[in-house]
Design a protein around this ligand. Structure first.
Ligand SMILES: [Zn+2]
Length: 450
């Protein structure tokens, strides 16, 4: 890292750590609106898609999504880099990260690890990467770990389990931070010995990998005792969280970081806060009680790639109680998954479909299926395919609980099919609840009572 970039990292760190003191939510929003106005009237227009934009107010800009921004990729970045060039650069970077530094082009590209649809691509300048690293360190490392970085003779050891290495994360690699990447394409089990030898201070991995490592640790096969555990890239399921806490005696922190930006993090009080000091997040409510929303994000700090009124497919659930940490940014109860994790049931009069949200389903499973080690529920039109570890009694208990839940919400239960639990591919993102296809509204069969 060049001295100028290190400086940017430090500035971002200090500002994130000790700046941004707001009196209340209203003052945070006023400050945010000022940043947005400056961004929309200035840097945004350097991207071709917005060059003729006369809007001053965010709400008058068009809402975009992954399909639109990938189709017109070069118009959404200020360097005019094409999707093909960015993708090629990202693939080269993925392969060469551990060997030599990527070719210095002034920008870095990376690919998302998503398994659904086309992969997302990000572009960032060296400056942006440095700033991002400063924000990340400020948001994730507590005082003791920071003290270690500064004062301990040995560097801080950070173990990172990812589906693909990312130039973004290796920005943090330095004399003070020993950053080790563990490639999930090879399967988590292939790394246990190396991980044990590495003795990570900080362990970062998808929730299902953390839970698996916790199981190995509890069984005495992985002697590690990380001081900070960070879950990324997958929904943190309640049973996994419980097992990770049990094994490592540490709370599980979450980092909601994707191609589109650094969107949320767990604070010292354990609440998951939106990163609203850097990203404007409009809630698009998906339920009547305004507890779940789809985020429409605008990153007003970017200079290279623009994510402006960009609609994500995720479902975020708001936390009802305020957080004691003193921040006025919105706190989340959870990231519940993607929009296609919602199952759809017909109403009892078969006139329309109603959503059954994944958090409600998870809660039902947690309450009624204590002995289930793992499950997967998949909606295939008007049939629910369920794979569970356990005997028929377990399957029947879950079936009954979900049917009851549906009836209590004015829905018609759907027929079930028990299917085999599939062994997941090593690097596959785990999704326990998936709607492959919604029922065709008028072809819904009434389940047979017989
Ligand atoms: Zn908090």
């Amino acid at each position: 890292m060049k001295p100028a970039e290190l400086m940017l990292l430090l500035i971002a760190f200090i500002r994130t750590r000790w700046g941004f003191r707001f009196r209340d939510r209203a003052s945070l929003e006023r400050w945010q609106n000022k940043q947005l106005a400056r961004f929309i009237g200035g840097r945004l227009r350097n991207a071709a898609f917005y060059s003729a934009c006369t809007a001053r107010n965010i709400t008058t800009l068009p809402i975009v999504d992954k399909a639109i921004t990938l189709a017109q990729f070069s118009a959404f970045n200020t360097l005019g880099v094409s999707l093909e060039d960015a993708t090629n650069a990202a693939l080269v970077a993925e392969r060469s990260l551990d060997k030599a530094a990527a070719v210095e082009t002034g920008w870095t590209a990376g690919l998302s690890s998503g398994t659904q649809g086309p992969r997302g691509v990000f572009l960032a300048s060296a400056r942006e990467r440095a700033t991002w690293a400063g924000i990340l360190v400020a948001r994730t490392l507590d005082r003791d770990l920071l003290k270690d970085i500064l004062l301990r003779r040995a560097p801080l050891r950070v173990a990172f389990f990812l589906r693909a290495n990312s130039a973004l994360y290796t920005t943090l690699k330095s004399r003070r931070i020993d950053f080790r990447f563990f490639d999930l394409q090879r399967g988590a089990f292939a790394h246990v010995d190396a991980l044990t030898q590495f003795e990570p201070d900080v362990l970062v991995a998808p929730a299902s990998v953390l839970a698996w490592l916790a199981g190995e640790s509890l069984a005495g096969r992985a002697a590690i005792s990380p001081r900070k555990i960070i879950s990324v890239a997958e929904v943190l399921e309640p049973d996994d969280e419980h097992r990770i806490r049990l094994a490592f005696h540490q709370p599980v922190h979450q980092l909601y970081q994707c191609t589109e930006g650094f969107l949320a993090y767990t604070c010292a009080e354990g609440a998951l806060h939106l990163n609203e000091e850097f990203v404007h997040i409009e809630p698009e409510w998906i339920d009547e009680s305004h507890t779940r929303f789809r985020p429409v994000i605008t990153d007003f700090t970017r200079r290279t790639q623009m994510f402006v009124r960009y609609r994500l497919d995720d479902i975020l659930r708001v936390r009802a109680e305020p957080c004691a940490c003193g921040r006025f940014t919105r706190a989340l109860a959870a990231i519940d998954g993607r929009l296609d994790d919602v199952l759809w049931f017909p109403t009892t009069d078969h006139t329309r479909l109603l959503p059954l949200f994944p958090d409600v389903l998870r809660h039902t499973f947690a309450r009624n299926a204590n002995d289930v080690a793992d499950y997967r529920i998949e909606q295939q039109g008007d049939t629910l395919h369920l794979a569970v570890t356990g005997n028929d009694a377990v399957f029947d208990a879950i079936k009954l609980a979900v049917d009851k839940l549906a009836i209590s919400q004015g829905m018609e239960p759907l027929p079930w099919l028990r299917v085999e639990m599939q062994e997941p591919r090593p690097a596959a993102k785990r999704r326990r609840i998936v709607c492959v296809a919604r029922p065709l509204a008028f072809s819904v069969r009434i389940p047979d009572d017989a």
